[in-house]
Design a protein around this ligand. Structure first.
Ligand SMILES: [Zn+2]
Length: 188
């Protein structure tokens, strides 16, 4: 049975994810990219923000979220390198998407309301919503602007908002330029 009340919560959580998008970019960050970027690296140390990301979405830590994130990271990494999508990662994303069937419904006021099968738990709905965002991003006509940050040591992904954008943030751009400058000085 469709349940609109519980799904509205899911729709709201997607909006919240967009709102928490990194302040350095103006375009909204797709849910799947925001989620993939819960793994970050600074000065050679990797940090995992998945639990705090889940808390922002009203979720307790849940072991099911990590394999989905890893699979999405593998797929975004593959598309950034124009490599084929590995089967195992595809299977994880597709299974999460299928676990909580959901669809959009158009109201008379012209509002798209996300609805999901009522039997799914809140975690399953969020997993499915993230998977759907990833599938939309990774499907052929969308993935051209999906990039991996080129700054040394950075493990973040971003959707390019202008031609030739190489970095996930201004900070990474500055760091990479400083590193190149240093490298040139060393070679002289
Ligand atoms: Zn970066």
């Amino acid at each position: 049975m469709p349940s609109s009340t519980s799904t509205r919560a899911t729709a709201t959580s997607a909006t919240a994810a967009t709102a928490t998008a990194s302040a350095s970019t103006h375009a909204p960050v797709p849910l799947a990219v925001d989620y993939a970027n819960t793994l970050s690296a600074s000065r050679g140390r990797t940090s995992d923000h998945l639990d705090s990301w889940l808390a922002e979405h009203g979720m307790a830590p849940d072991p099911r979220f990590e394999p989905l994130r890893d699979a999405i990271r593998v797929l975004i990494g593959a598309t950034a390198e124009q490599a084929p999508y590995p089967e195992a990662a595809l299977a994880v994303v597709n299974a999460a998407s299928a676990a909580a069937p959901h669809w959009l419904e158009l109201t008379g006021e012209g509002v798209a309301v996300a609805r999901a099968a009522g039997s799914a738990s809140a975690a399953e709905r969020l997993l499915a919503e993230i998977a759907r965002s990833a599938i939309e991003l990774l499907s052929e006509d969308q993935h051209a602007n999906l990039c991996a940050c080129q700054a040394p040591g950075c493990v973040q992904f971003f959707v390019r908002t202008h031609h030739r954008q190489e970095f996930c943030s201004a900070a990474c751009g500055n760091r990479a330029r400083a590193a190149r400058h240093y490298q040139r000085r060393k070679e002289q």
